[in-house]
Design a binder for this molecule. Structure first.
Ligand code: PLP
Length: 455
């Protein structure tokens, strides 16, 4: 059979909020043209993020009932520990309430203000936690990784030569840890190859530097390796996962992504000294060792989520969903970052709305229009998020993007067709997109609360 089906059927439904264009124009105005400020009951299709927005399975909901809420030694923790160890192979498994908490706990053990941390590309909370300790986060993507139009299989890779040069430049003493992020979220959700993970590990280990994987989307990354890397065509995804982690000394994860649940995180490692430090910090920052800031029932949902996420029928559907949407959009001429990642599509706003200068926020204008037209909420990743003025001069980020993040198991094929129709209609009427201005902004991370208007 050629028709790709959702590998699940629906037992409980959640109603969508259907609104009119006139209502949405009013709501947009009321939220100062910032989709982040919209109430979710005014959004029809929510593509703001794939984080914590997963639909859980009936098995996960059933397991939640079975949660053992013991403060210490909860049985639910041991199920979680077994599940993480099963795909990662690590010895010490430390739960946290979400990904950034894992970052905070780990970094406050290994970093000081003199430290430098290389990564293919830091996610913004990872960058923020490193900055917060006064240390330096360095992004070392390959040259092909930063070209939106270039089609290549592993645009998430670390530049190995740059990694080596960085270690030589700063000295290994200043680099207490090296990271790689799979898939490379801030780099467009692009995967990292097994070869690149292995080479990153070799270089870091040559200098005695521990190597950790920020593994929020480890199963999606493993599936891309199966699809695209020679020699893995017939390897089960679970074995690809185990091999990826075998090159690392540890991992940290936001389970709100490939944990197939609505919350959670962890640090996992074989390094006893780091584990020891993390456990001490965990008790101060998050909670006891067997729950780490979570309800124990959440650990139950995660234990099952980790088996569901490596199911290849699920991964085929997951990657198929974004690949199909990307195809519909590119066939209609919509400029995207290619190839499509699994968890999101990124519209290249510079080419979509070339008549709007970066300082007039083409990405924000497109995302407001998608909401106005169809009630779709997307996320600008461009000048609203990263643009700034220096001595009266506008400094634009390298790319102006609009991210359409795809929640796991939430939207069906007809929802995806609806998204495609809306984006194509906005594109066909692109000359009507209007430049925007900021009317109010916060000092830090302004995109969350910024107020905008049309020029
Ligand atoms: C989401 C994410 C994080 C942070 O996790 P939270 O659960 O949102 O705190 C860190 N790294 C990457 C790559 C992520 O995608």
């Amino acid at each position: 059979m050629k028709t790709q089906i959702e590998p699940f059927k629906i037992k409980t439904v959640e109603h969508l909020y259907i609104t009119t264009v006139e209502q949405r124009e009013q709501y947009l105005k009321e939220s100062s043209y910032n989709p982040f400020s919209l109430r979710s009951d005014r959004v029809t299709i929510d593509l703001l993020t794939d984080s914590g927005t997963t639909a859980m399975s009936s098995k996960q909901w059933a397991a939640i009932m079975d949660g053992d809420e013991a403060y210490a030694g909860s049985v639910s923790y041991y199920k979680f520990e077994d599940a993480v160890r099963n795909f990662s192979g690590f010895k010490y498994i430390i739960p946290t309430h979400q990904g950034r908490a894992a970052e905070k706990v780990l970094f406050s053990v290994v970093l000081n203000s003199d430290s430098v941390v290389p990564n293919n590309t830091h996610f913004d909370t990872t960058h923020g936690n490193i900055d917060f300790l006064g240390a330096t986060a360095l992004d070392l993507p390959t040259d092909e990784g930063v070209q939106p139009e270039l089609i290549a299989p592993f645009k998430g890779n670390m530049d190995i030569q740059k990694l080596e040069n960085t270690i030589k430049k700063y000295g290994k003493e200043r680099i207490p840890i090296g990271l790689t992020t799979i898939t490379n979220n801030s780099g467009g959700g692009q995967p990292v190859s097994m070869q690149n993970i292995r080479e990153t590990s070799e270089v870091l280990h040559k200098y005695g530097i521990p190597f950790f994987i920020d593994c929020c989307r480890f199963a999606e990354n493993a599936y891309f390796i199966k699809l695209r890397e020679k020699g893995y065509e017939n390897t089960p995804v679970i074995d690809i996962c185990r091999e990826m982690f075998s090159y690392a000394d540890g991992a940290l994860m936001s389970c709100k992504k490939d944990g197939m649940s609505n919350t959670g995180g962890f640090i996992a490692t074989n390094n006893e000294k780091i584990a020891e430090g993390c456990r001490t910090n965990l008790i101060i920052m998050e909670g006891f060792l067997t729950y780490g800031g979570l309800a124990r029932r959440d650990l139950e949902a995660l234990a099952i989520g980790f088996t569901e996420v490596v199911d290849e029928n699920y991964l085929k559907y997951r990657v198929g969903q974004s690949t199909e949407l990307a195809k519909q959009l590119t066939d209609a001429g919509v400029p995207l970052v290619l190839p499509a990642g699994a968890h999101a599509l990124y519209i290249d706003a510079k080419r979509f709305a070339p008549h709007i200068k970066p300082e007039h926020f083409p990405g924000q204008s497109i995302s407001c229009e998608l909401y106005r037209l169809a009630g779709i909420r997307a996320c600008e990743i461009g000048s609203i998020m990263f643009g700034r003025y220096e001595n009266g001069q506008y400094i634009a980020p390298p790319m102006e993007l609009v991210r359409l993040a795809i929640p796991r198991r939430v939207y069906t094929k007809s929802h995806m067709d609806y998204i495609a129709e809306a984006v194509i209609e906005a594109y066909n009427n692109r000359e009507k997109l209007r430049p925007m201005k900021i009317t109010w902004e916060a000092k830090f991370l302004r995109h969350f609360t910024v107020k905008c208007d049309y020029l």
